[in-house]
Design a protein around this ligand. Structure first.
Ligand code: SAM
Length: 252
């Protein structure tokens, strides 16, 4: 099995099957929980500017476009970006030149070279664990901070450190455990390859966003129970064990 140095290379290699991989029961609940939470915090997307960082095959960009947003889509994996273009033009039924979306092929860390960032955006998506995959967390957070208006909202998910910890204790070796504790990273992936991802403790997410001018206003577990209603209601009690954390941050 191939071990990818950059997560984006792994996603490039699975772009053609990515959507099928995320259609199972867990991800169906996860997507609905995310959608309900965004709708709770954002009353209208009309005229709002959304930046979808690590936008993948365009699921959330398409959703925001349908709600009336203007979207900037950022994705380093060229083939994921091509899938997103195809999906969006097909589902909206329009030539992409007539859709209010701009596609940028770059990692989150290089956004400042590719975009005029200053306080432009109302909403940021970091969905699908993008912060767990970036190479330079500080640079990424700086770019997000520069890109957002006061009051802007960031919706994101990350891998949960306590879930990684549970996995190495149950299935791993002493070396795996030491590696995780020292680097906060583990190899993850699928039968198509692996790459290293960074896991976060709930308190780390709070501290990191605070350091860059945000306040975490919602922090919960993603799809922690077998229904959307239960996951929304009780997710906050599972933040020390669920696979993924789901957060909402507000620019102060
Ligand atoms: C699990 S997918 C999520 C895609 C989409 N946001 C969604 O929720 O369906 C993670 C995405 O992050 C992208 N990614 C990896 N490294 C990145 C980086 N440094 N900056 C931005 N995106 C990155 C990958 O290429 C991939 O498309």
């Amino acid at each position: 099995m191939r071990n990818y140095r950059f997560p984006a290379d792994y996603y490039n290699s699975i772009a053609h099957i990515y959507d099928e991989m995320y259609e199972d029961f867990y991800w169906t609940i996860a997507k609905q929980q995310i959608q309900e939470t965004i709708e709770k915090h954002v009353s209208s997307f009309e005229d709002s500017k959304v930046i979808d960082i690590g936008g993948g095959t365009g699921y959330w960009s398409l959703w925001a476009l349908k709600k009336g947003a203007k979207v900037v889509f950022v994705e380093p994996a060229q083939r994921m970006l091509e899938q997103a273009k195809e999906r969006i033009s097909k589902e909206i039924g329009m030539d992409l030149r007539d859709v209010p979306i701009e596609f940028i092929n770059c990692p989150a860390e290089d956004l400042d070279f590719n975009l005029r960032l200053e306080e432009n955006f109302d909403v940021v998506f970091l969905l699908g664990d993008v912060l767990s995959y970036v190479n330079n967390l500080g640079k990424t957070m700086k770019n997000i901070s520069r890109a957002t208006k006061k009051g802007a909202l960031v919706f994101g998910t990350v891998d949960n450190y306590f879930s990684y910890l549970k996995d190495v204790i149950i299935y791993g070796s002493w070396e795996d455990y030491s590696y995780l504790v020292n680097h906060r990273k583990l190899p993850i992936g699928s039968e198509y390859g692996t790459f290293e991802a960074r896991a976060f403790e709930p308190s780390e997410i709070e501290k990191m966003f605070e350091d860059y001018g945000f306040k975490i206003i919602d922090l919960t577990a993603l799809a922690s129970l077998p229904s959307v209603e239960l996951s929304v209601k009780y997710g906050k009690y599972f933040i020390f064990e669920a696979e993924h954390l789901f957060f909402v941050a507000k620019r102060v």
